[in-house]
Design a protein around this ligand. Sequence first.
Ligand SMILES: [Zn+2]
Length: 417
Amino acid sequence: MGKICGKRAYALLERIAYERLGGSPEEAQAAQTLLDELASFGLQGHIEIFPIPTSTIQVAKLEVLEPYQAEYEVAGYGLTGNTDAEGLVADLVYAEGAGEVNLLGTAGKIVLINEGLPLEKYEKLAKAQVAGFISIGGRLWEREDLPRRSIREPYFKHGKIPGVSIRAADALEMVQKGASKVRLTLQQDECEVDSRNVIAEIKGTRYPEEVVVFAAHYDSVPYSAGANDNGAGSVILMELARQFAQQPPLRTVRFCWFGSEELGLLGSFAYVKQHEAELDSIKFVINVDVAGGYLGQNVTFVMAPDALKGYVEILAKQEGLEMGIRHDVYSSDAIPFAEKGIPGINFCRFGAPIHNRHDQLEYISPARLEELASFVWLFSEKTVNATVFPVARELPDNVKKSLQKYLEARRGKDTSK
Ligand SMILES: [Zn+2]
């Protein structure tokens, strides 16, 4: 029987190492590559489509009018609406992290804000009734790419605030020169496009009604080849599928390559929603997200009862694999399942670049792919083929608590969904 092979995994990674934005033609192309690879060893997968909101930026423009004149390159913040075609002229305030003091008297003004726009911050901008925002992106000491970001569905309830992203170096110049009046122009078309989950299943020979889900997202962020995050997890999953195809499992294994994870776990949330009626059969989720770096360290996030944490700790020692173990939530595709009470585990290797244009193949090692894939295989095979399923279908209180916190930050407190 063939074994887990890092070189083969890397070869597949080379074929999908390009920008794969949720809902883009490139994401669809990568989905097809995964289907073709499955077919090459006799497994027939299928695609499940789900709609996601998106936008096409037509105009994103920022001019300083007073006390000096300049125009800076900016990127439109997706789904934040439009200004008038002639632009919005308003006073500018540098509102730092959008704290209470920062936002005093900013109604009707345009605010320049530090990097990052969690839901809570957007809500504060809405409450302060700012007319628009300019979000600082990237590092001061390099000409980084302009972030291409979008707000998401949970933000919509706070209304539209036209926004753009600007490089940190340009923001510095605006603050140094005391920019006080600007014209912001944002025009975008908002619509829905299809994103995709790739699904393949191997029926269990003894307990076909008990399902273990294997998950990895295969989309990427803008500018990124998404080799580390998460082409690597995607190809590790393919190695596992190949093993189970050769060695039929006792329980059903279902492989899910999720789309649009980077846009807010949209693929896995859509999956859980589309399959609500069948969730009872899912015992456990094994997720791989970020892996393969030459430089880095292995970390496992256990979102399951305490006993599993101890088990993985011991297994890693027995295998001679250095593995940090956390008993906590990990922001990835096991979350929507955990919300439904299904325990999960996340295997990761942190160190190589993520979420920028430096997430490239050159930082990924076939040997490290093989190492983690082999460990996940060992763990999975023992779990899936156990005489009695070894992981109780429950979440311990500490994990439940972190999960609730995570979901609240994502959606806001006062919502039922
Ligand atoms: Zn990821």
